[in-house]
Write a protein that binds this ligand. Structure first.
Ligand SMILES: [Zn+2]
Length: 85
């Protein structure tokens, strides 16, 4: 299935919704990233409502925990909705 010879493929391209800057980031495989500081404009990105991390919201791929377990994502979504912004 996986073709990555050097390990898990956790590269994600994040597109900043404020300035359009695209940054290549290494995603952690065992955690979700809730806050990300855009190197283009310095703005702090947060996940969109219902999504578990900035990679899922602004990246071109879903985060590893999300790909690995839908239940994990559902759990996080529940946590986020509980805190309604
Ligand atoms: Zn930006």
């Amino acid at each position: 299935m996986a073709t990555g010879a050097t390990g898990t493929n956790t590269i994600c391209h994040i597109t900043c919704p404020r300035c359009g800057h695209v940054e290549t980031e290494q995603m952690p495989t065992d955690a979700c990233v809730f806050f990300y500081d855009c190197p283009g404009c310095g703005g702090r990105l947060k996940p969109k409502a219902g999504q578990c991390c900035v990679f899922c919201s602004y990246g071109d791929v879903l985060c590893p925990p999300n790909l690995d377990s839908k239940r994990f994502a559902a759990h996080v979504i529940d946590t986020l909705s509980d805190r309604s912004q």
